[in-house]
Design a protein around this ligand. Structure first.
Ligand SMILES: *Cc1c(COP(=O)(O)O)cnc(C)c1O
Length: 379
């Protein structure tokens, strides 16, 4: 069976984790955390990067930084992970879902402005599959209406939009280093700040100015603001650093598999049997996933079963938040759901991970083609 995902492992993670153990400093913000921060700031151009205990926690921190009040509204897509919405609901706000673009599965930037009300405070975009949203338009709307922009770039590490790293364009960007992502620390994430804000490290350190204290800038630390414990252990940071050092290699290997899938499946797409992902001009993606779209939900269900029967794992993705129990309770959909439900029901993700071989990609692509009775359509 070709697995759907195998968490990345490059080789030096063990060495670094052992180093962290032997340093007798395994709580947060030690040497490896600092190395990860420096790597993230250099790679993304963000003014500040802070490792967090998860991508979800990075989103929670971003929501707290937005200073929301009960009843404030946050515009976001419905086709996203629960964490995107949870962060803002926990901060007292109401998610207002708008439709996606069928080509990228990202929020439709042309529908955002009509969803703005006097209560709107934030636009939260999510870069699906590491393919950038139309950020020039989003930032322009935000500027004209005085809104904050949060980027859920959980899937977007090493990807960019018009030369700028995903996560570094809005006010706050959130990365995930969960084991299902391109780079992993088991559970973990990072918050990126376009402009440094001392409140960020206070929120991350239980609402205290402990970070300032540790730098010798104050002689005791006290409770200053809202917060929680969002900093990961050095053990996790050491593991992550082993992967960030290999980021170019991991990224290149994933992009190679992605391009091979694309090449092998193009005949099927040209025959009108499936649809392939679209990468807009100006977007450099990171091969976070390779998905195809079947005709409809029924065909997708049959295809997933067929692939499983023939040794290939494949999975569908998000159930739109507005149709889920919590989404109905906490949020509302603005405008028409033309694509969110329909397109999410057709999408299927094929195996994609660091270490996937050309042979695996060929097998997966050939098995998809065989389902459509087009075995010879693959190269
Ligand atoms: C993975 C993911 C998250 C959550 O990240 P965790 O590190 O698992 O908390 C949030 N949003 C999106 C879009 C994701 O893909």
């Amino acid at each position: 069976m070709i697995p759907f995902n195998v968490p990345p492992y490059c080789g030096r993670e063990d060495e670094y984790v052992l180093q962290a153990i032997h340093s007798h400093k395994i709580s947060g913000d030690g040497t490896f955390t600092k190395k990860c921060h420096a790597w993230l700031e250099e790679r993304t151009g963000a003014a500040r990067a802070l490792l967090t205990t998860s991508g979800s926690h990075a989103l929670d921190m971003a929501a707290l930084l937005c200073r929301l009040e009960p009843g404030d509204e946050v515009i976001m897509p419905s086709y996203t992970f629960s964490s995107t919405a949870n962060a803002f609901v926990l901060a007292g706000a109401v998610p207002v879902f708008v439709d996606i673009r069928p080509d990228t599965m990202n929020i439709d930037e042309h529908l955002i402005e009509a969803a703005i009300t006097p209560r709107t405070k934030v636009i939260c975009v999510m870069h699906y599959a590491g393919v950038g949203c139309e950020m020039d338009t989003v930032m322009d709307i935000a500027r004209r209406h005085g809104l904050k922009v949060v980027e859920d770039a959980a899937q977007g590490v090493m990807a960019s939009y018009k030369g700028r790293a995903l996560g570094s364009i809005g006010d706050y960007g959130c990365f995930s280093f969960h084991e299902s992502k391109n780079y992993s620390m088991g559970e973990g994430g990072a918050l990126l700040l376009r402009a440094d804000d001392p409140r960020a490290e206070i929120i991350r350190e239980k609402g205290t100015d402990r970070a300032r204290f540790l730098r010798g800038q104050v002689d005791k630390y006290t409770w200053e603001d809202l917060g929680s414990s969002y900093l990961p252990s050095e053990l996790n940071a050491a593991y992550l650093y082993g992967q960030l050092e290999m980021a170019e290699q991991i990224n290149a290997a994933r992009l190679h598999c992605w391009a091979l899938y694309k090449e092998l499946l193009t005949p099927l797409a040209e025959a009108g049997r499936i649809e392939l992902p679209f990468i807009p001009e100006g977007c450099v993606h990171n091969a976070h996933m390779f998905y195809i779209k079947a005709k409809d939900l029924d065909e997708r269900t049959a295809l997933i079963a067929w692939l499983k029967e023939h040794g290939v794992s494949s999975v569908f993705h998000y159930v739109p938040l507005h149709s889920a129990a919590a989404g109905r309770r906490f949020g509302r959909f603005h405008g028409e759901d033309r694509y969110t439900t329909r397109e999410s029901g057709r999408l299927l993700r094929l195996p994609m991970y660091y270490g996937l071989t050309d042979g695996d990609v060929e097998t997966a692509a050939r098995t998809v083609a065989a389902f459509y009775g087009e075995g010879s359509a693959v190269r």
